[in-house]
Design a protein around this ligand. Structure first.
Ligand code: NAP
Length: 249
């Protein structure tokens, strides 16, 4: 019996695979049979992901997307892909009165421009196969959920969640699908070390706003694998909310 959820015979690029959601997605994609091309900024962390991948034939490349030629190097190293997961990203929690152009540019660059440029270049060079799937890791912040201090972050994720609608339309001509996942709070390094909010405040937020509690990277990875697989072959241009019920309120 054929299994539409399998990733066997698919080659998938995952950015931000050295940590959190990207790492969990890489491990699950490999378990589901994909051959991977993974990127991360910190070599030791990327190596840790790499050693945990099932199967053979995977490749890794250490890249800091703040360095100018990173995207060119990445695209040059790739032959043909069936899927892309854009997970590399940063959180910023600067109140609006302290946001300046430099800060805004930094967040917009990593969270929006980098994934857009990677897709753009791969499409231009026809390196995404017919029936390919692109998944961006957006956020609840990208689809209208406001959190104090999230101005630049929300702008960057909002840019992704709205622009995928256009990409989905244009790339449908080549049968390439484009979707996002929009997670609520997920227990990763981003939350543990970069959140300006105290552990007590996070616990209160979880209790009050998350009927199913905060998420795990593995729970988000499950949704990403679905969007990469042929099981979602009729889904494009969608922002898939995955938030333990937080946005019900
Ligand atoms: N955690 C949440 O609650 C949550 C909620 C909604 C959406 N998201 C989104 O999920 C995605 C993954 O976040 P996460 O929670 O998994 O965070 P994470 O554990 O901190 O992972 C972030 C990843 O991005 C990479 N990265 C950061 N800056 C980079 C740069 N300049 N160049 C190249 N790679 C860079 C990191 O590499 P190194 O660690 O190796 O440096 C790491 O692999 C992000 O786009 C985030 O906005 C997260």
């Amino acid at each position: 019996m054929s299994n539409p959820f399998t990733l066997i015979n698919k080659t998938i690029l995952i950015t931000g695979a050295s940590s959190g959601i990207g790492r969990a997605t890489a491990i699950l994609c490999a378990e589901m049979g994909a051959t991977l091309f993974i990127t991360g900024r910190t070599e030791a962390k990327l190596n840790e992901t790499f050693t945990n991948l099932s199967g053979t034939g995977h490749q890794k490349i250490v890249l800091d997307f703040e360095i100018e030629d990173a995207i060119t190097r990445l695209v040059a190293a790739i032959d043909q892909l069936d899927g892309i997961v854009h997970s590399a990203g940063m959180l910023d929690s600067t109140p609006i009165k302290f946001v300046n152009s430099t800060k805004l540019s930094k967040v917009m660059k990593l969270n929006f421009e980098v994934p857009y440029k990677i897709t753009h270049q791969l499409v231009k060079e026809r390196k995404i196969a017919k029936n390919g799937a692109i998944v961006y890791v957006s956020s609840l912040a990208g689809i209208g959920v406001g959190i104090v201090g999230n101005f630049a972050y929300s702008a960057s994720k909002g840019a992704i969640s709205s622009s995928i609608k256009v990409m989905a339309l244009e790339l449908a001509l080549r049968k390439i699908r484009v979707n996002t996942v929009c997670p609520g709070m997920v227990r990763t390094e981003m939350l543990d070390t970069h959140s300006p909010v105290s552990k007590e405040q996070l616990a209160k937020d979880e209790k009050e706003h998350y009927p199913l509690g905060y998420g795990t990277p593995e729970q988000v990875a499950n949704a990403i694998v679905f969007l990469l697989s042929d099981a979602s072959s009729w889904i494009t241009g969608t922002n898939l909310v995955i938030d333990g019920g937080a946005s019900i309120h």
